[in-house]
Design a protein. Structure first.
Length: 384
């Protein structure tokens, strides 16, 4: 068993080190990359601590002890800030959200460092440390619940950003954000398993294996996943007015907020705006631009992105994402029916109609028509 754990730990150390080197050598030094650099530095010491513990390497154990102690307190807020850094165009995010790291600093000063000193001196330097030590399982569960809280908070934040993306982008690839959600869910699963194992051992009986190493191995797998996607992930900047729109408590307040950008516009002007929008979409075929954004389309009809967003949401009862992709689906259907495209694949038609990925094309087409692209094509052939 120790041989298997040693293999995983060694592999984790090597992979973590490689990821750190890639981040250091990366030409892109944006906030997400800097936060990942911090994250992988902490996790590297965390894995080394596990290696030192299993092989009884005292010096290495003591020198990495603090990093092992603060990992739950530190990585929870760090993941939260990392997700914000992917979507918000703000500098000095850690300084802005420093309050989230205050518990980590307090824990470091009041618990982690005193515990390290106590281990070295072989006696508790403060009486409260003995209480924490005697109730280690309970204290560990509380730490993990703190981490789970931040993970759930981050997941909620991500889902909000995901919805806002549909108000600003016409193409959203799963590769752009799907991995973030899977990472958060993975973190939740690992954390919940850790809590379950600890509760089981503290209330029922000891298991025949060291459960902390299972958690450590799970963290290593997560590190590989995050490293693969996170290193190459670019920022997905969203307009501040979309991000900062507060959630309303009731529908009436929400409608008032939407109408704010359309105040003073007559029905005739709204109809003219609708015709202008239809013109640039149908005649100018703006939907063919796979990177079309809310701001780009707003510029094409000479209005602000705020006004266009409100117009789509309130007047047309749709989102920017759904509005543009409706034109793309109509274009695909038209091309499928045309003999000129008989020798072009469905994916080729999709790309020519403004779609950016196969996954989003299939999903959106089925949502609009109730059929997959291949089913739609087959239904046309059956009617001939």
């Amino acid at each position: 068993m120790n041989l298997v754990i040693t293999f995983f730990l060694t592999t984790g150390i090597v992979i973590n080190t490689i990821i750190l080197l890639l981040l250091i050598k990366s030409k892109t030094k944006e906030t997400p990359q800097r936060l990942l650099l911090l994250f992988f530095s902490i996790t590297l010491f965390y894995i080394i601590h596990g290696y030192a513990q299993i092989h009884k390497l005292k010096f290495l154990f003591l020198s990495t002890f603090v990093f092992n102690e603060i990992i739950e307190f530190f990585t929870g807020p760090l993941i939260f800030v990392y997700i914000k850094s992917l979507f918000e165009n703000k500098t000095k995010l850690i300084r802005k959200y420093y309050i989230h790291f205050v518990p980590t600093i307090l824990y470091l000063l009041c618990v982690s460092i005193p515990f390290l000193i106590s281990i070295i001196k072989k006696e508790f330097v403060f009486n409260y440390l003995k209480v924490i030590n005697d109730h280690g399982d309970l204290f560990g569960i509380l730490l993990m619940l703190y981490f789970i809280f931040y993970t759930l908070y981050s997941l909620k934040l991500f889902n909000r950003y995901k919805n806002v993306m549909k108000l600003n982008f016409s193409n959203i690839s799963e590769n752009d954000f799907g991995w973030v959600k899977r990472m958060l869910i993975g973190v939740l699963v690992i954390s919940c398993l850790d809590v379950i194992f600890t509760l089981y051992e503290s209330t029922i009986r000891e298991l025949n294996f060291e459960t902390s190493y299972l958690t450590l191995i799970s963290v290593i797998v997560l590190i590989v996943y995050l490293g693969y996607y996170g290193v190459k992930q670019s920022k997905i900047l969203l307009p501040d007015f979309l991000i900062n729109t507060p959630e309303k408590k009731d529908k009436e307040d929400k409608e008032d907020k939407k109408n704010e950008y359309l105040s003073g516009i007559s029905d005739e002007e709204l109809n003219t705006l609708k015709l202008s929008l239809e013109h640039v979409m149908s005649i100018d075929k703006k939907y063919l631009d796979e990177d079309l954004t809310l701001s780009t389309l707003a510029n094409a009809i000479s209005i602000s992105d705020k006004k266009l967003s409100a117009f789509l949401n309130q007047y047309l009862k749709t989102t920017f994402y759904d509005y543009v992709n409706k034109y793309r689906v109509a274009s695909v259907k038209e091309k499928i029916k045309s003999p000129e495209y008989n020798n072009i694949t469905l994916l080729g038609i999709a790309y020519e109609s403004g779609f950016k990925s196969k996954t989003s094309f299939n999903r959106i087409f089925k949502k609009e028509t109730g059929l997959s692209p291949s089913q739609f094509k087959s239904s046309l052939q059956e009617t001939l």
